[in-house]
Design a binder for this molecule. Sequence first.
Ligand SMILES: Nc1ncnc2c1ncn2[C@@H]1O[C@H](COP(=O)(O)OP(=O)(O)O)[C@@H](O)[C@H]1O
Ligand SMILES: [Mg+2]
Length: 261
Amino acid sequence: MKKREYLKQLFKRPSLPPSSGTDELIRLENLVKIYDTGALKVMGLKKINLTIRRGEFVAIMGQSGSGKSTLMNILGCLDRPTLGHYYLDGQDTAELSSEELSAIRNQKIGFVFQSFNLISRTSALKNVELPMTYARRPKKERRERAMELLTRVGLGARYSHMPNELSGGQRQRVAIARALANEPPLILADEPTGNLDTAASEEIMELFASLHDEGATVVVVTHEEDIAAFTGRIIRFRDGQIISDQANPHPRRLKKEGSVC
Ligand SMILES: Nc1ncnc2c1ncn2[C@@H]1O[C@H](COP(=O)(O)OP(=O)(O)O)[C@@H](O)[C@H]1O
Ligand SMILES: [Mg+2]
């Protein structure tokens, strides 16, 4: 699928049932994902039980192939579980039509990817506007909000830059601004620092931490302990199962003059 079509799938916005207002944002019950590749059936996830409350900042860790992306795709309603239940905001996603799942992706979930997934030859501002365009928000409103968000991530002065005129860290900040466009209650980031150097990675995690301070629920996949250390809860996967789930009572923050955002 072309990138623009893929992003449209992520961001388009039909109507959505009302949210439940419960403290739990995510509840997985006996969740199983089996990939059926014809000759071979691969267990992506094996009976996962997991609850994430509103306002948590969570790291998902584990070796390559342990099921992290499978989990993120299900949490992001990009894929459905084979067995078990995924309740998002009190709703059983198994009962939702594909139109309703599209609405969930547009309104309830902000996606951040390892490879940024920005539209090239399109300004930072227009990239951030995209989910609001699909959501049919008026032009003036979306332009103002996109500017506000770029300013929020420290890129107000670079709104007219194309992605190839920005560093990796700056591109990822544009992608985060885009993820925030429709004020989603859940931010999902699959290895958001995987293509960044250490300094840029830390600034991205600091930005997520500040969003978390403001009440966002953020789930970040990472390979690196130093990156996971920014979060308040670290869940480790192995072979499609959770092998540990620990609170991190002293999340790391960058100590420096002024703020990155
Ligand atoms: N589309 C797919 N088709 C078949 N097998 C898959 C697919 N996606 C993932 N898998 C398998 O599911 C398991 C978990 O993969 P994944 O969730 O991508 O792991 P991680 O993100 O932790 O590296 C692996 O054994 C992988 O090969
Ligand atoms: Mg992965």
